[in-house]
Design a protein around this ligand. Structure first.
Ligand code: MG
Length: 378
């Protein structure tokens, strides 16, 4: 029996993690649930899974026997084996470090944690023998391809669906709305990740994560567009052999793999892939000119230090403005680029320097966006 704490249980990944726990009541026990603003859903989850430990960002009345803890306390609690980090933005960073220092297994879905603080997080994980189990479909695919292999990797090839606008011209892209961006062709996800998928910022963050997770230089990470989202990523080995992981685009599978690793569990509730029905698989090169956010993310990743933290914070602000119909598709990249250009980076930053850069970048991005008329007044 593996005992789970799920941080961000009311989000898309959190809810799907609970589906897996529900499907295997003899294997997984939910010990802790932590939720943000959706308190009515959190209350329902508490009623259904009866965890001992709960954290809620907002007021929530709890049954008597439930203990209210901070996310850090929950993540390092002695009764927890696996901490599922499905929070958004930088909220999950401190609890992830707490879980690492308590030598827990960490099933990681929150992109910003490795993107912002990859060096610190991976070094601490090595020091405390804490295993990081990726949940994101691309990293899960790479992880599965590397299983049983020695260090003979030539390249990692991350696939990207390209999002809803991949074949739009520059002038069409300039006019897309948040509403259109939220209609992702292959994946159902939270709003922030869906917009990041439309700008391909998401793929840039994933490249930074892959760099830290698999200790691979950026020069050996490639991105290829694969609109069907069936090949979730590939590894090329030094002899030229390629291994890929394929499955129906559904996050339940990578979540389940992280939770059950090294076992694979049969789950009849998950959709199976019918290759004959799929018929063909398409791959295309990345058009960096139309998707400047991807270029910005890769540059920030290569620069390292506090730059990825600035990237994440500026992207959050820009995406919020786009979702509120206050800036354009290319406004997102402009806000991020200008914020990064004003940043004086710190190499090998400590955690407080990473968080300081994040706060600075949020403030700067917001100020820039308004002053430079990159956003429209409401
Ligand atoms: Mg992904």
């Amino acid at each position: 029996m593996r005992r789970l704490a799920i941080l961000g249980s009311t989000g898309s990944i959190g809810q799907q993690t609970l589906d897996i726990a529900r499907a295997f009541p003899n294997r997984f026990k939910v010990i802790g649930l932590a939720g943000g603003k959706n308190t009515s859903l959190l209350a329902k989850q508490v009623e259904q899974f009866q965890p001992q430990l709960v954290y809620s960002a907002l007021n929530l009345s709890l049954p008597n026997k439930v203990k209210f803890l901070s996310m850090e306390e929950m993540a390092s609690h002695p009764e927890v084996d696996i901490v599922v980090v499905a929070t958004a933005g930088k909220t999950g960073l401190a609890p992830t470090l707490a879980a690492i220092r308590a030598s827990k297994k960490i099933a990681l879905a929150n992109k910003e944690i490795l993107a912002m603080a990859g060096e610190i997080v991976t070094a601490e994980a090595n020091r405390h023998h804490a295993q990081i189990l990726p949940i994101d479909s691309e990293h899960s695919a790479v992880w599965q391809c590397l299983r049983g292999e020695k260090a003979e990797v030539a390249r990692l090839i991350l696939t990207a669906s390209g999002g809803p606008f991949y074949h739009h011209s520059l002038s069409q892209l300039a006019n897309v709305t948040a509403e259109e961006a939220l209609r992702h062709p292959t994946w159902r996800m939270g709003k922030k990740v869906t917009i990041d998928s439309a700008t391909l910022m998401n793929k840039g963050l994933e490249a930074i994560e892959a760099h830290w997770l698999f200790s691979i230089p950026f020069s050996k990470i490639e991105i290829v567009i694969h609109p069907q989202s069936i090949v979730h990523s590939l590894v090329e080995f030094t002899d030229g052999s390629l291994k890929a992981q394929l499955s129906f685009p559904d996050m339940h599978l990578p979540i389940q793999y992280a939770l059950s690793y090294p076992k694979r569990l049969p789950n009849s509730e998950l959709p199976r892939l019918d290759l004959v029905q799929v018929n063909s698989l398409a791959f295309e090169p990345v058009n960096y000119d139309n998707f400047p956010c991807l270029k910005l993310a890769l540059e920030a990743g290569k620069k390292g230090g506090t730059y990825p933290s600035v990237l994440c914070a500026a992207d959050e602000v820009a995406t919020e403005l786009f979702l509120a119909n206050r800036t354009s598709f290319f406004g997102i990249a402009e806000i991020v680029a200008k914020t990064i250009s004003l940043h004086r980076g710190t190499a090998n930053p400590a955690l407080d320097e990473i968080l300081g850069a994040y706060t600075w970048a949020r403030e700067t991005a917001l100020k820039l966006a308004c002053e430079e008329s990159l956003c429209w007044k409401q």
